[in-house]
Ligand binder design. Structure first.
Ligand code: DGL
Length: 278
């Protein structure tokens, strides 16, 4: 169906959100808070987790297949709730979606905010994310093209995702890992830090503690939710009343994924096995 010219652009249709796993539930949560009348259809590609270490051709393939699944569910907008996929597969997702639905990712809203606010100072910006996101150089490339005065300091922080998934968030282990990354020279004297991974909002408080409030923390899930609201408003696609249930699909179901959902979504959710990959 996704290859037809079907048009999902109706206000009552759901918002489709995907990530490599359950980390993107932080984005789903921010969307639910801001747009409580919208039905959400979430897909976590747990069979291919983590995306952060994968080759870009694999991520492009997964991201386009997930987008087709969400289009077939009637989604009016596809939210790429994964920085790694947003960094390497945005164009491929847009091309497969065409004019059937809108597309947003989690990188553009952050770039927009950094550019808008750069004249207020704070031009030394740290970026922490997976190896895939950092190696894509999406932030330095996009930012320097628009505002040469912003100094971008990217750092891959690959231990943070597995640490968060294992529930090490607010203890000595997480404190040590967070500190050992944030004290690196690459991030010295920054004014802002971008949480360029959808897992990281869970350690926002700990990052803030490290900087003792002296560095502005940019949470891409909040920025993406605000951008989504603006886009739906602009296209007259805001739903008036929630009348259908949310659905949360994963490609590889395990009880431990389900158990962890409350960390990311703020409440436990029931995961359904979605069949995309045979
Ligand atoms: N949630 C993914 C992101 O935002 C990170 C997890 C992964 O490596 O798959 O990049």
């Amino acid at each position: 169906m996704s290859e037809s010219n079907s048009n999902n652009l109706k206000a009552e249709n759901p918002i489709g959100i995907f990530d490599s796993g359950i980390g993107g539930l932080t984005v789903a949560h921010a969307i639910k808070e801001l747009l409580p009348e919208e039905q959400l259809i979430y897909f976590g590609d747990t069979a291919h987790l983590p995306y952060g270490d994968k080759a870009s051709y694999s991520i492009k393939h997964y991201a386009t297949e997930l987008s087709k699944f969400l289009l077939d569910q009637g989604c009016k907008v596809i939210v790429i709730a994964c920085h790694t996929a947003s960094s390497v597969a945005n164009e491929e997702v847009k091309s497969v979606v065409g004019d059937q639905a809108l597309v947003i990712n989690v990188v553009e809203p952050v770039i927009g905010k950094l550019i808008r606010e750069s004249q207020n100072g704070g031009k030394k910006v740290g970026i922490i994310g997976t190896k895939g996101t950092i190696q894509s150089e999406v932030y330095p490339t996009r930012l320097s093209a628009q505002d040469e005065s912003i100094e971008v300091r990217p750092l891959a922080t690959p231990l943070l995702c597995p640490m968060i998934e294992e529930g090490f968030i607010d203890d000595r282990i997480s404190e040590t890992v967070i500190e050992s990354y944030l004290k690196q020279d690459q991030l010295s004297a920054i004014n802002k830090i971008v949480l360029a991974c959808t897992h990281y909002p869970l350690i926002k408080k700990q990052i803030d503690n490290y900087y003792q409030g002296g560095v502005e923390i940019i949470d891409s899930s909040e920025e993406a939710a605000m951008h989504l609201k603006e886009l739906l408003t602009e296209h007259n696609l805001l739903n008036q009343k929630l009348s259908k249930e949310h659905h949360f699909y994963v490609s590889d179901y395990t009880p431990s994924f389900e158990k962890s959902t409350h960390f990311f979504f703020g409440e436990k959710v029931k995961l359904e096995k979605g069949s995309i990959w045979s």
